[in-house]
Design a protein around this ligand. Structure first.
Ligand code: NAD
Ligand code: DAU
Length: 362
């Protein structure tokens, strides 16, 4: 039987995947309960991404959407959210999420991703004492990067041993282990998902696809790391969120599920495809865009290939990807073209300063 929830705390709901998840739950999944968006609003969190949702479902509207600015590392704040809203589910996305940043400054990754996850788990365990399976759920959103790097063949399954290789993936692996430890040791009902690379609207323009789209529009070079032949498996963000919701409702407690696009692309090939789409949608010259491709110094420890076997999720829970890559990319390009103001605002301030100090020197 499917689980149903009255109040879900979504952590990291002002970020890329979290804001798309909240939008998806209210507008597409038919979720009838309340959502509390708990987010510290780091450089990557932007409440503006949910302004329309806040107007429609917040206090002035249906009264089912709440925003709380709080840090998951701060136990007292997390306890207050549990006391004030009495959630029966947590969908945990809050994290430091960018691999390059983790290489230059790993500390925030350890404190937010490991200690923050621990804090949430521990508060949930205390708050949900006496309420067991079927009554509460902690869903943890994680990454395929915990499995390490593949050669030319093979796929990550749920049985692949963890082998994280960047501070980001090591911190996510640590958080995954804590989630499973809280299930096995204390009986906390949990589900866990490990997903491949997402793309779509509202993604912070430090990640490959939005960074390249904006650089194309702004006449800047298109920086390709190393030989450009690293491979990622791309999934449209709404397909990821549909999978997360499927797992929250019907996934088996104590189990992990891989989520992927079954859509592998070498970075340089993906960039070629993106150039064609941007040229068409923005009326630019594809040849001129191609001439701006610039090979730059490789990312240290750059994982070569990720590829996900998501057959468990497909076979057991009936999920499937709904968006083709061409459709999803065109949709994404059109969104960035129509939201230049959003891009300008998220790139001002802290992110600009970080780029200037860490990137543009190379
Ligand atoms: P993001 O960087 O866009 O958003 C992260 C959000 O977490 C932001 O709103 C930020 O303000 C918030 N946050 C950061 N530190 C916090 C703290 N200490 N307390 C409270 N809030 C805090 O990230 P994203 O790309 O949306 O990723 C969301 C989750 O999904 C992460 O856990 C990430 O590891 C995982 N994931 C991402 C991808 C991807 O391709 N982006 C793929 C698989 C898994
Ligand atoms: O696999 C899931 C992971 O995907 C998530 O867990 C992470 O949160 C998310 O950031 C993403 O990690 P990647 O490192 O794969 O994504 P990124 O967009 O940073 O880079 C994608 C690929 O493109 C990678 O091989 C590095 C390369 N790249 C990236 C940038 C930003 C470039 O060649 N040039 C660039 O400027």
């Amino acid at each position: 039987m499917a689980r149903s929830f009255d109040t879900i705390v979504v952590t990291g709901g002002a970020g890329f995947i979290g804001s798309n998840l909240i939008r998806y739950l209210f507008e597409k999944a038919g979720y009838r309960g309340r959502i509390v968006n708990l987010d510290a609003l780091t450089y990557a969190g932007n409440p503006e991404s949910l302004a329309d949702i806040a107007a429609k479902y917040g206090q002035e509207g249906e009264g089912r959407y709440f925003f709380v600015k709080a840090d998951i590392r701060d136990r007292a704040s997390v306890e207050r959210v549990f006391a004030d809203y009495r959630p029966d589910a947590v969908c945990h996305l809050a994290a430091e999420s960018h691999v390059d940043r983790s290489i230059l400054g790993p500390e925030a990754f350890v404190t937010t991703n490991v200690i923050g996850t621990f804090t949430l788990l521990d508060v949930a365990k205390e708050a949900w004492k006496g309420r067991g399976e079927g009554e509460t759920l902690f869903h943890h959103v994680s990454t395929d990067e915990v499995y390490g790097s593949l050669g030319e063949t093979g796929y990550f399954t749920e049985e692949t041993p963890y082998d994280p290789r960047s501070p980001y993936s090591a911190s996510k692996a640590g958080s995954d282990h804590l989630v499973m430890a809280y299930h096995h040791t204390y009986g906390l009902p949990v589900t866990l998902s490990n997903c491949s690379n997402n793309y779509g609207p509202y993604q912070f323009p430090e990640k490959l696809i939005p960074l390249m789209i904006l650089n194309m529009l702004e006449g800047k070079p298109l920086p390709v790391y190393g030989d450009g032949r690293n491979i990622r498996d791309w999934l449209y963000v709404e397909d990821h969120n549909a999978a997360v919701w499927t797992i929250m409702q019907r996934g088996e407690s104590g189990r992990s599920y891989n989520i992927g696009g079954e859509n592998e692309w070498e970075n340089i090939r993906l960039l070629g495809r993106l150039i064609e789409i941007v040229a068409k949608e923005a009326g630019l010259d594809a040849g001129e865009l191609r001439s701006r491709i610039t090979y730059v110094k490789d990312r240290p420890g750059h994982d070569r290939r990720y590829a996900i076997d998501c057959s468990r999720l497909k076979r057991e829970l009936g999920w499937a990807q709904a968006h083709s890559f061409d459709e999803g990319l065109a949709e994404t390009v059109r969104w960035y073209l129509a939201h230049k103001d959003w891009c300008a605002r998220v790139r001002s301030g802290e992110y600009r300063r970080w780029v200037e100090t860490n990137y543009e020197r190379r």
